[in-house]
Structure formats: structure tokens, C-alpha cells
Design a binder for this molecule. Structure first.
Ligand SMILES: Cc1ncc(COP(=O)(O)O)c(C=O)c1O
Length: 470
């Protein structure tokens, strides 16, 4: 028997690299936590005086009250299983099996997993496409209206805002539509826990969404998996939400996660208007300096703590690797770009010089050889609104057969394929395969992307529904 501890060994060697964290979690390798906070002895259970997350009446209730005050929310909830469980909870609160949901097509896999297990029927809303970067942006009001006309009777709209790239949706426009229809707007705001008036971009909740989920751990000093949500649900929906969160979350929620949420909220609340101004200025100064590097482009949307870099003709993977070799770990790479998340804090001169030096070295080290050049991604999203060929529920026990990718166009897939990162499904179980899907799968295979769900994709095969069953 070995007494090796591979995970601990891996973390120690990662720590020894002393790389700069330009990725989640938002505490940036603990830099944003004060030294004396989060002691291991705080890993406790529901002892007298320590309250109970699933029926909060004491210290947890008090902390939630402060969160509600900060976000102006009638109800907030702490989540110990990330925005993932919040997305499940929001859907369970408003929909019954067989209900139709209008859902942004480039949402996170947690949304679609929840829909599958809850037996909900998605109407997919294709976002607009970027022109500067080949990425999904937001669902337009026109697309939503078209979906409601072609597929009436949906019980909720589900959007993701901001995107991974920090671009926020036009929430006020969408709220007008959902209010007219009298249905809730649910928003996965996993990447926007720090949005507020002082930041310069308000939260979707402030802008009128019915419920919003935020991964505090992504952009604030909170431990991974620590998240929260806010809602203005009716009494009945609130009852359903509480039941869902109690069912889907651990019955032993970690006090370390809860304490980190308490701290993340107080960190955000402690920032004054002038702190925000100073922090933002320091970030903007950094963006300016990056723009001076020849061949480097920087894209910034509503979230100024995150930016996307593109360097000459290099692929995102090559740029990510060059940054990593030079001591910067960024969030993720796709096509021709890399997404970077900076700390929600003032960048002092020392940090500034360290960051700039490392980026310059990374760019200089990127030789323009063929291996580094980006392969252009195909254009996707020709269909603005679409549905599954067969509902998730009917596919649960369906029998499949393996076919070559080239022969799969027109078949119904039994596999959901998710390039990871960023974790946005490319093809859903129950969807009819189009030539455009195959073109995309081939592209991701060519660039050696990691694809979750394609059991035999390396053999160029996909599992499809056996004809005549359903
Ligand atoms: C848009 C979006 N929603 C939800 C999630 C899931 O969040 P969590 O990791 O907090 O469960 C992610 C995770 O990357 C995400 O990017």
C-alpha cells in the first residue's frame, strides 16, 4: 500500500511555481483573504450557537440578512454547491415536469443538466454572434419574441449574464417582455457577483430579474463552491425553492464555505465609492499599458476586472501556454484568445510591474511558427430558435447505435457534447444533428479541445437514437 498523497503533492508543486492567478477563485490564491481568516478549526457542524443553513435562525440568518440588505433583495440564500445548485433551484421553483422554458443556448451545462433531470423542455435561444471575437454574445429581444410566438406557453425565461467574457445582457429590455407575458426571468449571473452601481454595471437582480444566481467564489474572496442567490419569488415559489435547495445541497454544509461567504459579502460592502474609483483606475491603467505591446489586442466588455487577449495570429492555446510558462495562469483559452480575470482590488505599482513583465516575456516567447497559429473556427448559430427533436424525458432510456460522424447528419444524438472549457454544450441529447454541428465537432477535435460526453469521438463515432423507437 502506498502512502502517497497525489492530490496534495500536485497542489504543493503547483504552489511552488508561484504563478500569478488570473483565474477563479476570486481570492486569488488567498491573496484577498486577511491572514487570520478561515481557520481550519472553523470546520464545524450545527452545534449550539452555530445555526443551521437549512433552517437559519441565528448567525446564518443574520449574515443572510446583511446580504439581502447589500443587494436590496427580499430573499437571499447561501449556496454551498456553487451556482450549479442555484440554477437547479431556480428552475425547480418555477417549473413542473413537461413545462417549456425559453433558455439561452450558450448557457452553462448545469442549466441543461437541471432541465434534463427535472423533465423540462427547452426552447433554445441563439445569442447574437460577436464580430471582433467569434464568441456568443446575448439573446436579442427579437429572438425571444420569435421563440414565444413559435413555441407559446413557456413558463420562464432563463438567461446567462454576464458571459464568460464579461458582457452583460440588456436585462431591462428582456424584463419588459417577461413582465408582459407574466412569467419569471431567471438569470445565471455566476460571473457577476461584484456587479453594482459603484462598479458601473448593475446586477440583473437590481434591473428587475425575478431570481439571480451568483458564484461569489468566482469574482469575490470566497472559497470555491461558495455562492449565493437572490429572488423576488412568490410565496409558493419560495416554498418550492427552499425545498429544492434542501434536497439538492449537502445536509452537512461546510462552515468554512459559509464563513467565506460572510467575508465576501463584508469585503464588497466595505468598498466605498472612492475605493471603487481607485480600483477601476488602476485596472484601466493596466489595460492601457497592455495595449502598448505590439501585436497584442485586448477586449473588455462590461466587467472591467476581466479581459480577453489576442496576440497576432497565435491560437488561444499557444498564448495560454506562453503565459503559463512565464508565471501567469489565465482562466481559459478558446480559438484565438485567452480570458483573464484580475483581482477585484487596487493594482499597486509592484503588482503592475510584475504583471507587465510577465506578459511581455510571454508575447516575446511566442514564435510565429505553424504550430502556434490559430485554426479559424466555423461560424455557428444559423438557427435563432430551436427545440429538441425529442424531449429529455423520453430520451432517458432510449437505445442507441454508433455511427460515423460523417453519416450522423439527420440522426438524433443520444450524447450531449460539451467542449470544456468553457462548458457550453455544442449538441444536446435529443437534438437532430445538422451539418453545422458536425463541422463544429470536427473543429474541436482538430484543435485537440477536451470534449465531455463523446465516448467514442476519438474513433470519429457518435451514439445516435435507433430509428423507430419513439
Ligand atoms: C455561466 C456559469 N454558470 C454556472 C456555473 C457553475 O458555477 P459553480 O462553479 O459556482 O457551480 C459556471 C461555472 O463555470 C458558469 O460559468
Amino acid at each position: 500500500m502506498s502512502n502517497r498523497v497525489p492530490i496534495i503533492e500536485g497542489l504543493i508543486s503547483h504552489q511552488k511555481r508561484e504563478a500569478v492567478s488570473w483565474h477563479v477563485p476570486g481570492h486569488k490564491s488567498s491573496d484577498l483573504f486577511p491572514k487570520d481568516i478561515l481557520q481550519l478549526e472553523w470546520d464545524q457542524t450545527e452545534l449550539p450557537g452555530l445555526d443551521d443553513l437549512h433552517h437559519p435562525e441565528g448567525i446564518i440568518a443574520e449574515s443572510i440578512g446583511l446580504l439581502e440588505e447589500l443587494y436590496g433583495a427580499p430573499h437571499s440564500h447561501f449556496l454551498v454547491n456553487g451556482s450549479t445548485v442555484g440554477n437547479w433551484g431556480m428552475l425547480a421553483a418555477v417549473a413542473n415536469r413537461g413545462d417549456r422554458i425559453y433558455v439561452q443556448r450558450n448557457s452553462h451545462k448545469s442549466v441543461f443538466n437541471a432541465m434534463e433531470w427535472l423533465g423540462l423542455e427547452p426552447v433554445f435561444l441563439q445569442p447574437e454572434l460577436g464580430t471582433d471575437l467569434a464568441i456568443g454574445r446575448h439573446v436579442s429581444r427579437e429572438t425571444l419574441t420569435e421563440a414565444m410566438e413559435r413555441f407559446p406557453g413557456g413558463v420562464a425565461v432563463f438567461l446567462t449574464s454576464p458571459t464568460y467574457y464579461g458582457e452583460a445582457a440588456k436585462i431591462e429590455e428582456i424584463v419588459e417582455v417577461t413582465n408582459e407575458q407574466g412569467i419569471p426571468l431567471l438569470v445565471d449571473e455566476a460571473h457577476g457577483a461584484h456587479f453594482n452601481a459603484n462598479f458601473g454595471q448593475r446586477s440583473a437582480f437590481e434591473l428587475g430579474a425575478t431570481a439571480v444566481v451568483q458564484s461569489a467564489h468566482k469574482t469575490l474572496p470566497a472559497l470555491t463552491m461558495a455562492a449565493w442567490m437572490h429572488d423576488r419569488f412568490t410565496e409558493g415559489q419560495t416554498r418550492r425553492l427552499k425545498h429544492a435547495l434542501q434536497s439538492f445541497q449537502s445536509s452537512s454544509p461546510s462552515y468554512l464555505l459559509l464563513a467565506s461567504l460572510d467575508y465576501a459579502r463584508s469585503y464588497l460592502a466595505s468598498l466605498t465609492e472612492s475605493d471603487w474609483t481607485e480600483i477601476r483606475r488602476s485596472h484601466e491603467r493596466f489595460h492601457e499599458e497592455l495595449r502598448q505591446i505590439e501585436g497584442l489586442e485586448i477586449f473588455i466588455y462590461h466587467d472591467w476586472t476581466r479581459f480577453t487577449l489576442r496576440y497576432k495570429a497565435a491560437s488561444g492555446a499557444a498564448l495560454l501556454e506562453a503565459l503559463s510558462r512565464n508565471g501567469i495562469d489565465a482562466e481559459f483559452a478558446l480559438h484565438d484568445h485567452v480570458v483573464c480575470l484580475l483581482p477585484l482590488a487596487y493594482l499597486d505599482d509592484e503588482t503592475f510591474i510584475q504583471y507587465m513583465g510577465r506578459v511581455r516575456l510571454a508575447c516575446d516567447s511566442l514564435k510565429e511558427n505553424q504550430a502556434n497559429v490559430c485554426i479559424e473556427p466555423p461560424i455557428k448559430g444559423k438557427m435563432k430558435v430551436s427545440e429538441l427533436e425529442y424531449p429529455f424525458d423520453s430520451m432517458m432510456d432510449a437505445e442507441g447505435t454508433w455511427v460515423l460522424l460523417e453519416d450522423s447528419v439527420g440522426c438524433v444524438t443520444l450524447e450531449t457534447l460539451i467542449p470544456y472549457p468553457p462548458g457550453i454544450p455544442l449538441l444536446f441529447k435529443g437534438e437532430r444533428i445538422l451539418a453545422e454541428h458536425v463541422e463544429h465537432i470536427r473543429y474541436y477535435l482538430n484543435v485537440h479541445a477536451h470534449i465531455q460526453g463523446g465516448e467514442r469521438l476519438v474513433e470519429d463515432m457518435i451514439c445516435v437514437l435507433k430509428e423507430g423507437q419513439l
